[in-house]
Ligand binder design. Structure first.
Ligand SMILES: [Cu+2]
Length: 127
């Protein structure tokens, strides 16, 4: 009886020992990724540069506007590129003329100059 139990135990162990072999090809995949890591490390930096260079496009609603001064207050949606939640805040435009046909309440699409100059709007158009 004990021998039979031992045999069964061993065969279960043998089967269990077989299954770890199955994931082996998958386990070698991370090794391949590690080998290509130097190339991948360059990619985030390359991707970040254009984002910081802008423009960063977003959308919002005009809550206040001073076309003469080229200033506009927008209730803008979240802008992940500059880690902003949705909020109401003031912006200046690179050219006050772009505000002449806009009014409070207008829904607009706008471009922020860059992540370095996020409160400057280089383009704003009615949606
Ligand atoms: Cu904001």
């Amino acid at each position: 009886m004990q021998k039979t139990t031992l045999m069964m135990t061993l065969s279960v162990l043998a089967m269990a020992a077989c299954s770890p072999q199955a994931p082996e090809p998958a386990a070698s995949a991370p090794v391949a990724e590690t080998q290509s890591a130097p190339a991948m490390a360059d990619m985030p930096m390359a991707a970040e540069a254009p984002a910081a260079a802008g423009p960063i496009t977003s959308m919002g609603k005009i809550v206040a506007i001073n076309a003469e001064a080229g200033a506009v207050t927008l209730e803008h949606q979240a802008i992940p590129e500059v880690k902003w939640d949705a909020m109401s805040m003031g912006f200046t435009t690179t050219d006050p003329a772009m505000l002449k046909d806009l009014k409070v309440g207008d829904m607009v699409v706008f471009d922020l100059m860059s992540a370095a100059e996020p409160t400057k709007i280089s383009r704003i158009v009615k949606q």
